[in-house]
Design a protein around this ligand. Sequence first.
Ligand SMILES: Cc1ncc(COP(=O)(O)O)c(C=O)c1O
Length: 474
Amino acid sequence: MVVEWSGSGPELLLTIDRGSAAGLRSQLEAQLREAIRTGRLAGGEQVPSSRKLAHTLGLSRGLVQDCYAQLQSEGYLTSRAGSATRVAPTAVARPLERPRQNNSTNRRRHPVADFRSGVPDLGLVPREDWSWAIREVCRTIPNNAFDYGDPVGEQQLRDVLAAYLGRVRSTAAGGDQIVICTGMAQAIALVLRVLATDGIDTLAVEDPGAWRFTAEQAAANGVALTPIAVDRDGLDVTLLERTEARAVLVTPAHQWPTGVVLAGHRRQQLIAWARERDAIIIEDDYDAEFRYDRDPVGAMQGLAPDAVISLGTVSKSLAPTLRLGWLLAPDRLLDRLALAKQVADRGSPGLDQLALAKMLESGRYDRHLRRMRTEYAKRREVLVAALALHAPGVAITGLAAGFHAVVTLPADAQENRIIEKAARRGVGLYGMSSMRHSAGPHQSQLILGFGDTSQSAIQAGIAAVGDLLCGTPE
Ligand SMILES: Cc1ncc(COP(=O)(O)O)c(C=O)c1O
């Protein structure tokens, strides 16, 4: 309700702290903004005259007038010549905040340990290196680098990335075949959009797999998902051949979530399938940086640059919040991918791209990866030892790379019940069921992420739930 005040306007509960480091004017502005945002002052309501407010608070009238002028320029207040200053009708407070979803609440829900997968250690993000890189970029780039950039990304990053990926992932693409995206999520969205215009309306995906990651984007582009089973050699290409699909999304270097590698013969079979059917392989190279005791597995893109779109991200290597990813695509798709990116957002933030280029060029990216590899390798050992001690006999797989493992539970174990019981003990466990398309029956399995779970939390968590994993609860 708007209050029509007579006289000089309402009394406002405003306080000025003369001992505070914040200036008088900024204190007054902040409190008025807050009063408007929270609804203490409603849209249309008259605020006290500058003379009255200055008198009440012991401030100069000029200071209050400056403050009102500032809030007018920000759209909080309005004033017309000869009439009182009022709260702008459009500045009314939002009545209800929507409940925020925040993954960090998981930690509070699981005080002992949280085995959530897919996130790197957020406490070990190379903050110093990143701030150094951003500072360097800001200090050195020419003025015109602050203009709109090329929608497909900063040439410098694309060139540096092409060389880096060629070196560590055996890819075969120049900088001109790379599109920088806001994470792999956008890369998949752009690819699906472009493929849909080619009449590709079915995307084969791994089962189990990260299909939820793709499902909504696929639906938005009118693309249906066809699950293809994964076995110990990765995606079963013979099953794929029996479908009508002309696009497949795979995680060849480290299948998500089983951790298996797509075997050499399957890679060949998959490439032959793509070429025969004029189909496209979308390679999700999500955590290829983290490999421990096995030979490097190169990206498939290097084997068949004409048939593979390779997607990468810094979400596992640096931090998801950077929203930096890329795609490497065959020439025939590049123009349309570039247009899709331009239409989506006119290009990813340029300073962050150049900072990533600096990180790569300076060797700081590699150094960070080396540190993280060592840390994750230790966690992996701690996990294996803790399971051997507290849950002897459970099978662990998928540990050759990445930062998660798969634990197979005893035949009669029920995933959901174990997850519930573990939660009551303060431990976050996550089941394989949510990664499966088919209802089963399947053997119960857990995906134990340790990217953002410290060595001590791994030990404490497994000690707390070992009996559940062995099938001998209570
Ligand atoms: C299978 C898979 N690949 C890649 C990613 C990374 O996506 P983005 O780069 O958008 O953070 C995720 C994140 O959840 C994922 O589940």
